[in-house]
Design a protein around this ligand. Structure first.
Ligand SMILES: N[C@@H](CCC(=O)N[C@@H](CS)C(=O)NCC(=O)O)C(=O)O
Length: 236
């Protein structure tokens, strides 16, 4: 049975999985999950992923959420013993795993709270939020400086690049100038230049995000359990 990916078209973690599938050259069916329609909040979706988050991978009756776990599974199962995207050597692999954890715990967490959440929900961009973005950028800048390599975990592209790249892309989406972080700016620009087909996947999503910035969506109908809906003034 062909792999199935449930993904949201502008979600950073969904984009990373699509990029990995492309580089690994694994055939898959893409099912678009309509976030605005709350398709990820149904009981049926919760059977696949009790966290009610997107993406989810379905492999012949095996369901997996959490994009880091999906990326690692794809490499382990479909390219075992391969160096492509996920090195075998323990320390090289540990650096990739470290970057994935750093993205999940800090980089994506701090950045998306500032970039994405206020586009869709009733959140303000605050000084504290901005400070957290700079902390995240500062740490990645330091890792890149210390490693001195072309990619975030070494001289080759890995699954960690996808995650950190797509988090950074959301900064570009809101026209946030991060060029003062020289190493990040260089790595981000090189990624685009070196991988135009992968950048296209992120760029299409960035255009969607920009569209939502220009046309703030009304998600009141979702009754989201956590995020406060933005009160949009109805035209009379
Ligand atoms: N830790 C998850 C996070 C993925 C994530 O943030 N997904 C968002 C869409 S981009 C989501 O499903 N959010 C659920 C919601 O806002 O209701 C992963 O890496 O897969």
């Amino acid at each position: 049975m062909v792999l199935k990916l449930y993904a949201v078209s502008d979600g950073p973690s969904s984009l990373s999985v699509r990029q990995a599938l492309k580089v690994l050259d694994i055939p898959f069916d893409l099912t678009n999950v309509d976030y605005g329609a709350g398709e990820h909040m149904t009981p049926e979706y919760a059977m696949m992923n009790p966290q009610k988050e997107i993406p989810v991978l379905e492999d012949d009756g095996f369901y997996l959420g959490e994009s880091n776990a999906i990326l690692q599974y794809l490499c382990d199962k479909y390219r075992p013993q391969s160096e492509l995207l996920y090195p075998q050597e323990p320390r090289a692999r540990a650096i990739v795993n470290h970057r994935l954890c750093f993205n999940l715990s800090t980089y994506y967490a701090n950045i998306s709270a500032y970039t994405m959440a206020p586009i869709f929900y009733d959140y303000q961009r605050t000084e504290l939020g901005l400070k957290k973005v700079h902390i995240a950028l500062d740490v990645l800048e330091t890792y890149l400086q210390k490693l001195g390599a072309r990619y975030v975990a070494g001289d080759n592209l890995t699954i960690a690049d996808f995650q950190l790249f797509n988090s950074t892309m959301t900064l570009e989406a809101i026209d946030f100038d991060f060029s003062q972080y020289k190493k990040i700016y260089e790595w981000y620009s090189n990624f685009k230049k070196d991988n135009p087909d992968l950048w296209k996947i992120s760029e299409d999503a960035m255009k969607e995000i920009k569209h939502f910035i220009a046309n703030p969506p009304d998600l009141t109908h979702l009754n989201h359990p956590i995020h406060p809906a933005r009160k949009i003034k109805k035209k009379k």
